[in-house]
Design a protein around this ligand. Sequence first.
Ligand code: NAD
Ligand code: TYD
Length: 348
Amino acid sequence: MKILITGGAGFIGSHVVRLLVNKYPEYNILNLDKLTYAGNLENLRDVENKPNYSFVRGDITEAGFINNLFAKEAFDGVIHLAAESHVDRSLENPNAFVVTNIIGTVNLLQAALKTWNGNPAKRFYHISTDEVYGSIEDGGLFTEHTSIDPQSPYSASKAGSDHFVSAFHNSYKLPVLISRCSNNYGPNHFPEKLIPLMIHNILENKPLPVYGKGENVRDWLYVEDHAKAIDAIFHKGVTGEVYNIGGNNEWKNIDLVHLLCSIMDQKLGRDQGTAAKLITYVKDRPGHDLRYAIDSSKLQSELGWSPSLTFEEGLDKTVAWYLNNKEWLDHVTSGQYLEYYKQMYTNR
Ligand code: NAD
Ligand code: TYD
């Protein structure tokens, strides 16, 4: 099996690469990543020398490059994670999200279509998000049949890419899979997203910006559990189907931030309440989705996946990782290592 993983240097992608490289020594895993601000090859130091792993720096928005890569490599499957991924950035610059998330995805679909010649054994697996469903009222859960109703430029671009993936299945019988996961957290998460940003700011003694009243609800899943779900869906999922991924783990932002502050105080040997003093309510995000909550019973009953960690265990592991990897935080916030890796891989 030769598998292309796009976005493998990013947060979730690096955990997927590590899992597959270690679990399937007989596969060839090619990681294709542009190395934007969010991509970091340091995330993959422990697998970079394995014989079944290779890396190509490249941009999914360049159709010519993508077509050549597919013609040369004869992939058996694609796991597509490359994306612009941050809602706040999408509010500032929606065009970048359209180009990477929609056009980049269509380039990959086209290349797969051209080189796979209708072979039903191939698999094009698109990693999407529960945010395409929009916001849901208290008590409700997103199922795979919930209407797509994206509310931010980020989720609109992901919904657009989902529609193209489904359209390629419907129109050309391309063997596709889609999964939609809730908010992930864990090691290697770029400190622009809520949990790593708070950890970073507590370490730097900076304010902890909570948007609005902090009452928005997110459903959190440990990133390694997402990677295991991706492995299960890639191998056992039925093509043409959508699978929701989530761990029934809803938290109001403000409650989550308090829990995180308490774990940080305990791990740093500080008095309880020290980090919480940094909490600062700031202007709300425009159009801020109030609540996400996902029903993943289809994945659990049909493919036998379930989350392995409780939130408290996962958060404890996450904080411990950040405290042991302060250098990683310095590197991604300074961009210094990114430049080093970009220069190393200017050769494609
Ligand atoms: P991330 O921002 O950490 O990583 C994205 C990766 O894609 C980076 O390595 C970046 O360099 C690469 N990339 C960006 N543009 C590219 C391009 N034009 N060509 C090639 N590579 C490019 O994102 P993440 O949080 O790891 O998310 C990965 C995927 O999972 C995304 O598709 C996202 O929509 C989806 N998702 C994320 C979450 C979450 O909570 N983070 C939840 C559900 C789904
Ligand atoms: P985020 O990590 O950006 O993920 P998403 O918007 O994709 O769910 O944000 C998670 C929640 O935390 C969301 O409700 C916005 C909120 N938030 C803050 O309150 N402060 C922050 O500094 C950030 C980045 C997010």
